[in-house]
Design a protein around this ligand. Structure first.
Ligand code: ZN
Length: 174
């Protein structure tokens, strides 16, 4: 089932989300709905508060994309479901990359973030997982985990003149 994505004027996006205590069948169904919702949109990730539930759940998936010349824009990332994700380590090195968000329609802009992160979380079966990575996955995980803490990417762009207009079919972090 495709869920409705809320946008920045909705106060739910500014709340700190609650940890998931038990992965009930209802939570599994909700995650399946999040997957349907993400796959219906041109984006790479989705956080539960974006579909109106203040729970610490994020999903990420990239089918990969290339520009007209065949250069890779976004690498492939298999479906990754993270419950109660927590960033336990950041690299000192930062990189800048354009970000967009389903909850902040029509704009995107450059956000500087740590290049690599170490994240601990639970998977959908409740098993502990550890992801130590850089690149696109590190970027999208940070964007989505920010959503769980009520932070939007535009908060990280103090110079609003750097915001640009999004093309309709452009893929965004979500
Ligand atoms: Zn977002």
């Amino acid at each position: 089932m495709i869920l409705t994505i809320i946008t920045q004027e909705n106060k739910g996006l500014r709340k700190k989300s609650e940890p998931v205590e038990t992965i009930t069948p209802e939570i599994v169904q909700f995650i399946n709905n999040m997957i349907d919702t993400l796959r219906s949109k041109p984006g790479l990730g989705l956080a539960a508060p974006q579909v109106g539930k203040n729970l610490r759940i994020i999903i990420i998936e990239s089918r990969g994309s290339k520009d007209e010349e065949g250069n890779i824009i976004y690498e492939n990332i298999p479906l990754t479901i993270l419950i109660n994700p927590e960033i336990v380590k950041f690299s000192k090195e930062k990189v800048e990359m354009d970000e967009g968000c389903f909850s902040v329609p029509n704009i995107f802009g450059p956000v500087s973030r740590p290049k690599k992160v170490k994240v601990v979380a639970k998977d959908i079966k409740g098993k502990k997982i550890l992801i130590n990575t850089g690149g696109l996955l590190a970027r999208v995980m940070q964007h989505e985990i920010d959503h769980l803490n009520g932070v939007l990417f535009i908060d990280l762009i103090p110079d609003k003149s750097k915001l640009k207009e999004l093309k309709t079919d452009q893929e965004i972090q979500g």
